[in-house]
Design a protein around this ligand. Structure first.
Ligand code: ADP
Ligand code: MG
Length: 684
C-alpha cells in the first residue's frame, strides 16, 4: 500500500486551509491533481489599455507608476494610483482595502497588471486587478486555471497546491490500457493531469478533460458491468398456455417489440436471479400488455403479482383493463388503494396473505405495512418515475426475492439508461402498434384561439372527445394564467349543449373517478383539467388535446399530455396555446413538440435543454458524483466508455490479462464513487 500523502504536506497549507480543502473534497495530493478547475483564464496575449473594450475589458500588460493620491469613500480615504502602460495610455488604479500598496507601488517603478478596466469619462479605471513585479508572477503569457474556492482559499494557493501535487506525485502512472490512449488519441494521464492544471493551450486543456471524463466513465462502467449478473446460460424460457390464451384473445396482434420484450422478461424471470428490469417505451407503445403477459408467466409459475400505479385513477383503469382481459382466463384480481377500507380491506388482505388472489393492482397503498403476500414473485411499477425512493424501498421489503419490472414512458438513450439505472437490465419498445394515425400538433397564439375552438367543435360534431388542460385550479386574482374553474364556464358558453366535466387534484377521489368514468362512457365530451390527466389514462375516442400556457410545461409533461390522444386509428390533434414573452427555452420546447412525436427524440432534446437530473427524477440527485464527465454534454464519451468497458468485461471479467492490470490497479479510485452509486441508485 502506498503512503497516503496529505495536502498539508504543501508549504503554507496549515490546519485552517486544510479544513477548507477538505470541504472541497481535497484531502490528499491525489485528490488535488484530480481537482477540476472550473474555468481557465487565458492571459497569453498581452493586452494594453487600448485593446480593452466593452466586450472584453481585460488588460494584461506592463505599467509604470506615475503618482499617488487619495479619494474619500464611505470607509475613509482610499488610495488611487495613477499609472501608464507602454503605449502611453493612463490608468487609475483604485486600491479599495489595499492601502498597503502605497509603500510597494513607488513612483517610477514598473509592474505587471492583470485586471478588468472601465472607461469613465474618457479615463480608464480599475478596481479589480492583480499587480505583480514580474510577468511570471502575474501569470501573463499563461493560461491559468480558475478553481472553485471556499473559506480562506485563494487562487494562488490553489495553484501552488496543484503544482506541488503534480511534482510530488510525478511520474504519474497510466490509468488505462495502452491501446485505448492510442485508439482515441488521448494524452497519457501524467500529461492529462498536468494539462488540466497548467495547460499550454485551451485545446489541450479540453483534450485532457475529455480524457479524464472518459477514464471516469470507463471505470464506472467497468464497475457496473462486473457487478451485474453474469450472462445467463442460453436457456430458453417457455411461453405458458395461459400467456398464449391471452395473446390469442386480443383483437390485434402484438408488435415484434412487445414479443421481444416479453421474451426478455420471461427469460430473466426464469434465470433464477431476481430480475430488476426497466421496460421503457414511448407513451402508447403498449407497455401494459407486456406487463399483463409477463404477469401471467409469473402466475403460471405459482407466484403472486403486484402492479403499482402512481394514482388511484390510473390504478383503477388498469384494474378495469385487467378484469376485462385476465378474469376470463381465471385470474383472481383485486384492487387496493387508500380508499379501500373496513371490511373489504380486511378480506382483501386476507386473500393476499392466503394466496387466493393472483394479481393485485393498486397505488402505493400496496406496500402499507399490513399488506402481506403469500408468495409475491413479481412486482410491476407503472410510471416508475412518479414514485419516490421511500416507496420503492418499502416495496423492496415485501418481495425480497421478487422480480421487479419498472415501466417508464420517458425513454432515454440506451447507454445513458444503462449508466443511470446502474443495477437494471433494460428492455425497450421502439415501435408503436401499427394503425396509429400521427398526431398533428399546432402551435396556437393566445389571441388566435377562436379558430382552435372551431376545430375542436368540429370534432365534437363527429362524436369525438377532447381534453382542455390549464396550469391552475382557480383564479387567485393575481396570476394572469387561465385556470380550470374559470375556463370550465367559458367553454360551456363556447360549446352549448356539449357535456363537460371538470377535473383537478383537489377533488375527492370518488368524484374524479365518477367524472373519468363519464368520459370513458362518452357521457362527457370534454374534460377541463389540470395536468392530473397527464399520466397514463387511455380513452380511444379522445382526439383533441388543448394545452393552454403550453410554455409553462416541461417537455416530458407536454409529451405525456399529448400522449392522451392518438390512441386509436382516428386522426388526432394537439393544440399548444402560448402567450407573449416566451423565453428562448420555452420556444425551443414548443418547436421540438411541433417537430416530432417521437418520445426518444423528445427525451434527447430534453436532455440537451435541461440536463438529465430532472428527467430521471429524484433518484439521480447526487448519485453519480462525477468529477469530470457530464452526462448531458458528454453523451459521446458515455457511448465510447460503455462500448470499451463492455469489450473488456466480456473478454476478461476478472481483469486478469496483463493489459488489463492497469484497470485493476486504478479501479479503486473510482469504485468509491461506484459504491455511492449503488446506495443512491434505485433500491433493489
Ligand atoms: P403505454 O405504453 O403508454 O402504457 P398502453 O399500454 O396504455 O401504452 O397502450 C396504449 C393502447 O394501445 C391501449 O389501448 C392498448 O390496448 C393498445 N395496444 C397495445 N398493444 C397493441 C398492439 N400490439 N396493437 C394495437 N393496439 C395495441
Ligand atoms: Mg402506461
Amino acid at each position: 500500500m502506498e503512503r497516503i500523502r496529505r495536502i498539508t504536506e504543501v508549504p503554507r497549507i496549515g490546519k485552517a486551509a486544510s479544513a477548507d480543502f477538505a470541504e472541497l473534497g481535497v484531502v490528499t495530493l491525489e485528490d488535488m491533481i484530480r481537482f477540476r478547475p472550473r474555468a481557465y483564464d487565458d492571459r497569453r496575449e498581452e493586452r494594453t489599455l487600448l485593446m480593452a473594450s466593452v466586450e472584453d475589458p481585460t488588460i494584461s500588460c506592463r505599467i509604470t507608476i506615475l503618482a499617488h493620491s487619495e479619494f474619500p469613500t464611505k470607509k475613509g480615504l482610499t488610495l488611487k494610483v495613477l499609472a501608464i502602460d507602454d503605449d502611453g495610455t493612463k490608468l487609475e488604479i483604485l486600491c479599495f482595502n489595499r492601502g498597503y500598496l502605497k509603500s510597494q507601488l513607488t513612483l517610477g517603478t514598473s509592474w505587471y497588471i492583470y485586471g478588468k478596466v472601465q472607461r469613465i469619462k474618457g479615463r480608464f479605471q480599475t478596481s479589480s486587478f492583480e499587480i505583480k513585479r514580474t510577468k511570471e508572477e502575474a501569470g501573463i503569457g499563461k493560461i491559468l486555471p480558475v478553481y472553485p474556492l471556499t473559506g480562506s482559499l485563494n487562487e494562488r494557493l490553489m495553484r501552488s497546491a496543484s503544482y506541488y501535487a503534480l511534482m510530488a506525485l510525478s511520474p504519474i502512472p497510466d490509468e488505462l490500457p495502452d491501446a485505448l490512449y492510442h485508439k482515441y488519441g488521448m494524452p497519457h494521464h501524467e500529461r492529462a493531469y498536468r494539462m488540466i492544471h497548467f495547460p499550454d493551450s485551451l485545446e489541450n486543456a479540453k483534450k485532457a478533460l475529455r480524457t479524464l471524463a472518459f477514464t471516469e466513465l470507463f471505470m464506472l462502467e467497468i464497475g457496473i458491468l462486473r457487478e451485474s449478473r453474469k450472462q445467463k446460460t442460453a436457456k430458453r424460457s417457455i411461453i405458458t398456455p395461459l400467456e398464449k390464451k391471452l395473446i390469442a384473445s386480443l383483437p390485434f396482434s402484438l408488435t415484434d417489440d412487445q414479443m421481444r420484450c416479453a421474451e426478455e422478461i420471461r427469460e430473466d424471470m426464469d434465470s433464477g436471479n431476481a430480475m430488476n428490469r426497466l421496460l421503457q417505451g414511448d407513451v402508447g407503445s403498449g407497455k401494459t400488455l407486456v406487463a399483463w403477459i409477463t404477469a401471467l408467466h409469473a402466475i403460471a409459475g405459482g407466484g403472486q403479482v403486484a402492479f403499482m400505479a402512481p394514482t388511484e385513477l390510473l390504478a383503477r383503469q388498469h384494474a378495469d383493463g385487467a378484469a376485462a382481459l385476465l378474469s376470463p382466463l381465471g385470474i383472481r384480481i383485486a384492487f387496493i388503494a387508500g380508499s379501500v377500507k373496513g371490511e373489504s380491506r380486511r378480506l382483501l388482505l386476507k386473500s393476499l396473505k392466503e394466496g387466493t388472489t393472483d394479481l393485485v393492482i393498486g397505488t402505493h397503498a400496496l406496500f402499507s405495512e399490513d399488506v402481506e403476500f403469500r408468495r409475491l414473485s413479481y412486482v410491476i411499477i407503472d410510471e416508475q418515475h412518479r414514485f419516490g425512493v421511500q416507496q420503492r424501498e418499502a416495496l423492496m421489503h415485501k418481495g425480497k426475492k421478487a422480480s421487479i419490472l419498472s415501466m417508464s414512458a420517458t425513454p432515454i438513450p440506451r447507454s445513458l439508461a444503462l449508466t443511470l439505472y446502474a443495477s437494471y437490465s433494460v428492455s425497450t419498445l421502439h415501435t408503436m402498434p401499427s394503425g396509429r394515425k400521427p398526431i398533428t400538433t399546432y402551435l396556437v397564439r393566445d389571441d388566435r384561439r377562436d379558430e382552435m375552438y372551431k376545430a375542436v367543435g368540429v370534432e365534437f360534431s363527429r362524436g369525438h372527445q377532447a381534453y382542455f388542460v390549464y396550469p391552475r385550479i382557480d383564479d387567485d386574482g393575481e396570476s394572469e394564467l387561465r385556470d380550470v374553474t374559470t375556463m370550465y364556464e367559458v367553454l360551456r358558453k363556447e360549446y352549448p349543449g356539449v357535456s363537460s366535466g371538470l377535473i383537478h387534484s383537489k377533488l375527492p377521489d370518488d368524484e374524479k373517478m365518477r367524472i373519468l368514468h363519464g368520459f370513458q362512457n362518452k357521457e362527457i365530451s370534454y374534460l377541463v383539467a389540470t395536468s392530473v390527466v397527464e399520466v397514463g389514462i387511455d380513452i380511444p375516442d379522445a382526439t383533441c388535446m388543448v394545452i393552454e400556457h403550453a410554455e409553462r410545461f416541461g417537455l416530458a409533461a407536454l409529451h405525456q399530455l399529448r400522449g392522451r390522444v392518438g390512441r386509436s386509428s382516428l386522426p388526432s390533434y394537439c393544440f399548444l396555446v402560448y402567450g407573449k414573452n416566451l423565453t428562448e427555452e420555452a420556444k425551443a420546447r414548443l418547436r421540438v413538440m411541433k417537430e416530432t412525436t417521437d418520445g426518444f427524440r423528445i427525451a434527447e432534446k430534453d436532455l440537451e435543454i435541461r440536463g438529465p437530473g430532472d428527467i430521471t427524477g429524484d433518484r439521480q440527485s447526487g448519485f453519480l458524483r462525477l468529477k469530470f464527465a457530464s452526462l448531458t454534454s458528454d453523451l459521446d464519451i458515455v457511448e465510447k466508455a460503455r462500448y470499451e468497458a463492455e469489450k473488456v468485461v466480456e473478454e476478461d471479467r476478472g481483469l486478469l490479462k496483463a493489459e488489463n492490470a492497469v484497470i485493476r490497479r486504478n479501479l479503486y479510485k473510482y469504485i468509491q464513487s461506484g459504491t455511492e452509486l449503488e446506495q443512491g441508485a434505485i433500491p433493489r
